[in-house]
Design a binder for this molecule. Sequence first.
Ligand code: HEM
Length: 1164
Amino acid sequence: MTSQLFFLVGDSPSTARPVPVNVEGKFDDLRRAVALVLHVAVPQGLSFHKTEADTDKLESVQDVWSAAGPVAVRVDGLAVQDPQGPPGLPVVGSFYEIFPDHLGNHYRLFRKYGHVIKTVNMGKTNYLSDSPEVALVALSESAYFTKKISENHPLWGIKDNTAIFIGDTETENWRLAHKFIPPSMGPKAVRHYTPLMQECVRSSFPIFDELDSRGEAWNVYQFMVKLASQTIGKFAFGKNLGHFDSVEAPAHPLITNIVNMLSLNKKVTARGEWYRSLPWGDSAKLKAVQKTVYAQMKEAVDDAPSSGIANLPFGEAATRASCVADYLVNAVDETGSRFPEGLVLSNMIVITGAGYTTTSALMSWLVYCIVTYPDCQDKLLQELIDYGISPSTQWTPELAHGLPYMDKFVKETQRLHNASFQPGRTTKTEVILPGGYRLPANATVIPALYAVHTNPEHWHDPFRFDPERWDTNEVKNDRHRAAYIPFATGARGCIGFNFALLEVKVLLSELVYRYKFAREGLEAVEYDPEFQLIRPLNFIVSKMTWTPSTTGSRPVAVLGAGVLGRRIACCFVSGGYNVHIRDPSAEARRAAVQYIDENKEAYTKHLPATTLTKDHKFGSYVASELIDTAVKEAWLVIEAVPEKIELKIDTMAELDHKAPADCIFGSNSSSFKSRFMLDKVTSPERRKRICNVHFTMPPKIRTVELMTDGETEPGVFPFLTEVLERCGMLPATAQKESTGFIFNRLWAAVKREIMFILAEEVSTPAEIDKLWRHMFQAEIAPCRLMDQIGLDTVAFIEDNYIQERHLNGAQTVDFLRANYLAKGKLGLKSDKGGLYPSASAIPSPPLTIVGERTRANSPDHSQDHKEEPALYFLDVGFGGNCKSFSDVSTNGKILRRDPSTGLISTIVSSQPAPDGIDILGDRIFWTNMGRDVNARDGSVMSSKLDGSDIQTLIPEGLVTTPKQMVAVASQKKLYFCDREGMGLHRVSLDGKEHEVLIQRTSEARDLTKWCVGITVDVHNKKVYWTQKGASKSNQGRIFRAGMEIPPGQTAETRSDIELVFGDLPEPIDLEIEQETGMLYWTDRGEHPRGSSLNRGFVDGKKEEIEVLARHFHEPIGLKLDAERRQVFVTDLGGSVYSVDMDNGAKTVLHSDDGCYTGIATVSS
Ligand code: HEM
């Protein structure tokens, strides 16, 4: 090892110092060795040159060693230099070059004097830098730098070596504080304070609401101080500071005193040492206020709630402590030692002060940015909606930090408006900084955070507020690691940043979700140059332009009491909102109220647990004829008046006059954008509260699509979303105006493409439907649905899209019109069929192709959303729900399944083995098999639909085992089979004129003669019945005969009996689809052919019987619902099913341990 002489370019060669050189060593090691001797902070920046003037580098250790010397050393290619700065005036120094806008002035001075500048200010010398390289070095505790609060340091006025932040690093106190305090603010600890943040911000809502209702503008900083310190008060010492007890509630004295203390300190330090030592004025005030703060903090710490964590290791204690004070007093380190008692108060003051002064300023700047920079507020709100935030959201760190736009927005705000701006460090020795700047020992260097964050060499377009920059590679991945340091960095960097970031994200999310902020006045927002932190002092927001309407007991008015109107009303009633229905028709009003009476309970099935609490109450409801009465106090009006645009325009105008100013108007229209209804609504405020609120058909289809009228206040949507969710609905918001909202557009696209496919002759409706059903495992098929809706309507709707989007209709509507509409093929409503041929046009379809048939023409078929029928079905009483065998013969029941809720209620109980049921008008008719199948103890009964007024039509003693029953309205007759009695009977609805139509035999127990199921083909005057044969015997048969006994013959001798199908496993109940002549029957024979639902044309062949659905558990009852293309089936296994008539898809509607037989339906 030998040595070489080195000197810094910029100094005289005579200052060269010897440095040992290991010729075998690495170049970087040589740099480090030279840097150490010459006090260069970053060795990697050194280059070696033969002479001062020589810019060529000596590239190897060998070259350096063998150079003639002394070797010239450059730092970052530059000569060393003393930092420059503005020439100072006597006494005040650079004061007027810097203040009052120190941020702007420093930025300017960096451009003028370089990346490190020297300012002398009222006798204080500071070195400031806008360079990330310098910041990184200066903020690292090292051989050159430390946080030592000397006379030149910004914190000199409040220096206190017993406390973190305001004490020197190289003290035992800081070591202890730095060991104990950070865990109380680490990510794990912060997680358990998340609910506290949420609770604090929500407690502020009544105050902001009140300010808004008073129409008062308010100073953001003042209220953010209240909000942030309310949160920090809870976090630091578990105290409710009462900041939101009322609008006028003052900030807690501890909080105001801390602000005073900081403010006085800044004044005192800015004016220099002479000012600080004055025994009066600000200096004296500062000392006095410090004393008061100590006393107040002592009280707060003494009163802090305890969580029983005494002597827990600090890692665990931090996650269980009630607050930081609780933690600091009780937690122990690995040696079992506690944090020194004498240090608690000073550190608590610092934590409190550092906690709320920073976060209140940041919150203020965040609000400033959302009202100042376009779109930010809307984007933040949109993100919250997209992420499913609602007023009942329980915040977690994952949720808050998982909001990408929020994250970028906070970062960009901190970049340009960071509260902290001057973390100071002190040099331990003379040191050469990156860029070659030389600082003397004991100098105060300050990375000027604002200038670092706007340094044009590191930030493109630095003053542009652009949250999206955080997604660019340049910023996200390539930026210098100290180019963005809002919380400083290094050992003395912020320890509260986890808390701060989570807090501001939760608080801001909650505020943005609830309010819309607007700036009041055009006055430039100023910050206070004399304060430790940058905070917007004169930033005022005006009343929020969107305030949710107060709901309380005010009603939701529903205009229109029709099928949909009454359902909309019922949703709100069951969600707990009072409702006022308005309809000019007395009958509609009566029906609506009755509907709610009967269904409100059932609607609660869809309510979320947060609504359906223990003390959940229904809203009240009333219907009136007058619009004035209905809307005069309403907070929301849903208009469901007929789809005529003129009517809707007039309705909106009338509402505008008659409803309260804050009332929201929702149009239930699906065909008209709410924008088109505004012709007579001129007030911009009102137009902000109008939108589409399109319900589909609750409770079965609970989607509600919301859409703007183009001017709707964005806050209306989350507000309504929350209300609707509370009512069990599934709201979705179209973010822009859109013909067809969201779902109808999807549906339009499907229809359009189907037209293309057909026009190009690529496929057929049946094939399209087959693929669709299978692909989407769906019951509904698109071509069939188009027929149901009507092809003329399909064309009409598509015309709108063609017009709006300038589409070419040649292959769609033109094709449809030429090939279908012009030929009278409109779909189900026409007898010529639609995409599918009409029922009558189908000759005798091969039964194995499911989906090729169509249902019969019926005037009602065009109803899109007709609700499912209520199901009345029989529990024969033998199931697991019968606790004792001795009770089986009286355990039979009539049950009702509510179509909208699926809830089952008992209508009639204690029946002896009921088996057949049918309904006519408002009465139920049923058969009871009786207690003994061989005794003549069967009966036929009747009651009202609600189970009242039970009458016996055929008493015991006349029939043995009456089975399936069918009521024929035109004849006012009931037909039923008597199984063990082996015949078919008929009786009038009042029980009179009981006659036996067919008597197969009078010989006992010929099982092949047992008559079970029955159906009547009224048009063709035929009756069909099953004779099931012995159990699982494959002897089952289906017969038919005329409805009347041929003249001159008897029930026993009649000769008109025909076998329709034979050799069936074990057919039970049956029903004929009159229009098509298709017979459907259940079969409880052996699997796989038995235990099935079957069908066959009455004039078809046995080979053409189709097993429509299988694998029931002893199926018995069935009921066709041709209109909705489904068959309801019951089985003894305790289930009720619906089976798709077109594809056999089986859906379990209800299942329990009952034992089900007959089934009937009632449509609403
Ligand atoms: C937006 C919010 C915040 C910002 C911008 C911020 C910024 C900073 C900065 C720049 C420092 C370094 C100061 C220096 O070097 O002189 C610091 C230190 C500190 N911060 Fe924060 N801070 C914030 C929130 C908080 C919160 C909420 C707490 C506690 C509840 C907190 C507690 C502290 C403490 C105790 C230190 C001193 C650490 C030490 O001296 O070792 N800060 N903060």
